[in-house]
Design a protein around this ligand. Structure first.
Ligand SMILES: [Zn+2]
Length: 184
């Protein structure tokens, strides 16, 4: 099917204007399976007002980090305080919540290290190797309970995230493909 024919189908099936309120044009194009330029042209034809770059970034932001980068944060929730307190795994150890959403040690010899890496390293009794990384099963970067952490090779980890993005699941288990947990 050519782009133009397809774009006509799009307008009949979907409310682009509605979608565009919460989704980037790029994601809409991906969802429909047509190019960004086809999507843009169709939206202009439909008289949908397109966003400027600043507003577009605002929409894309949740995917790029915690969304608080460069803004004043609201007061820390009790839950976050509790997590940070629970993170004091060794006497004198303190953690701060980074804008990226990860907890980072601020004192002593572990200063600058991520808490999830520290916890896994202590669990396996050695430092992580350069090809290893830690996955947060629930995607909450501050949830560093050991059950939420999974040691993976960097390649398996990126495969898992790619499969999650594309929603590719294992037929038998229903879990997302990729992401083989390393046994140590
Ligand atoms: Zn991950």
């Amino acid at each position: 099917m050519k782009g133009r024919e397809r774009s006509i189908v799009i307008s009949e099936e979907l409310n682009l204007e509605e979608m565009y309120r919460t989704t980037s044009m790029r994601d809409i194009a991906k969802k429909i399976g047509v190019s960004v330029s086809t999507t843009r042209r169709r939206m202009i034809e439909m008289g949908i007002k397109l966003r400027n770059l600043k507003d577009a970034l605002q929409i894309a932001k949740p995917k790029m980090g915690s969304g608080w980068r460069g803004k004043k944060r609201p007061p820390m929730s009790e839950e976050t305080k509790r997590k940070i307190a629970a993170a004091r795994t060794k006497p004198g150890e303190r953690f701060r919540l980074k804008t990226s959403g990860y907890l980072e040690s601020t004192r002593g010899e572990t200063s600058g290290k991520s808490q999830h890496r520290l916890i896994i390293e202590r669990a396996i009794g050695r430092e992580l190797m350069s090809h290893e990384c830690v996955h947060h099963k629930d995607h909450n970067r501050a949830n560093n309970s050991i059950e939420n952490l999974e040691l993976m090779s960097r390649s398996e980890h990126s495969r898992l995230h790619a499969c999650e993005r594309k929603k590719i699941r294992d037929e038998k288990t229903g879990r997302f493909k990729g992401g083989v947990s390393l046994t140590v």
